[in-house]
Design a protein around this ligand. Sequence first.
Ligand code: SAM
Length: 286
Amino acid sequence: MFVWSKVSPLSKQPVFEDRFLGLDQTNAVITELPGKKRFRIEVYCNGKKEAQKLLNEFGGQLSELKVRDWARLNASSERAPIKIRDRFIITGSNKKSEIKKISKAFEGRDVISIPAALAFGTGDHETTSTCLRLLVDITKEYTKNNKEWSLCDIGTGTGILAIAAKMLGSKKVECFDFDSTAIDVAKRNILRNETPDILVYEADLFEWKPRKKTSWNIITANIFANVLNANLAKIFSALAPEGNLILSGILREHEKSVIESAKKTSLQDPMIYRKGKWVSMHYKKD
Ligand SMILES: C[S@@+](CC[C@H](N)C(=O)[O-])C[C@H]1O[C@@H](n2cnc3c(N)ncnc32)[C@H](O)[C@@H]1O
C-alpha cells in the first residue's frame, strides 16, 4: 500500500474535499494541523501507479505504508473519543483494556470501537455523526412505547450505523455495501463490538431488490445524492408505514434535487440538518 500526502493551506481544503471525499471514495483522510492554518491530506492507494499519478498531479509526497505502520494505524487510539448525545462514545481504539477505561470514564454510554480502516464511517464525519444522533433520537419513541423496530443500513461502510442500531435495541438489522473491503471491515467491527446478530452482505444499491414482505421501520442511507435520487422509489417501497428514512451524505448543492426526487415517491416535508457543506434529512412515511 502506498500513501500520497500533501500539506496545504486551509483555504484549499474544499477543493481537496470535493476531489477526494466523494462518498464513493473511502481512502482519503484530511487532518487539520495545529495552528488551524494548514491541513494534511493522505490518500491510501493500493498500487504505486495510482499514488504516483496523484504526486504528478498535485505534488506532495509519496511513501510506502509498511505492514507494521498499517497495524499501528489500525490500532490507533489517537483519535479523541466522539460523544453522540448521552448514548454513545465512538473510539478508534480496539484494545479491550482501553475500551474498558473509556467505558468507565463515560458511564451509561455504550462504546463503539471503530479502528481506522479502508472504509468510511469512523464517526468523525458530519454525515455519520448526524445519522447517529438522529438514530438515537428517533429510536427513543420506539423504546418509550415498547415497540419492536428494524433497521436496514444502505452503504454501511464500517458498519457503524448498523452496530449502533443493534446497541439501541433493534430487533432486526441488515446492512450492505457494494465495496467488498467495506464488507470485510464491517464484519470485523460487528464481531469486535459484540453485535453479531446483524446480516451484512455485499450488494450494489442499483441492483438491490428489497425482499418481498420485508419492510423496515428505519432505513439509513448515507450516500451521495446521485445514488440516492436514482434509488429513492425502491428505498421508499422498502420502508414500513410510519417508517423513518434517514438520508445523509448530500452536498448542499444537491439538497433540492433530493427533495424533488423524494416528492415523486410521496415523501414530503423532511426535517433538514445542515452541517458545513453536508445535508442530512429525516423523512417519515405516512
Ligand atoms: C459515506 S459512506 C457511509 C458509511 C456509513 N454508513 C456512515 O454513515 O458513516 C457511503 C458508503 O456507501 C457505499 N456505497 C456507495 N455507493 C453504493 C451503492 N451503489 N451500493 C451500495 N453501497 C454503496 C460506499 O462504499 C460507502 O461505504
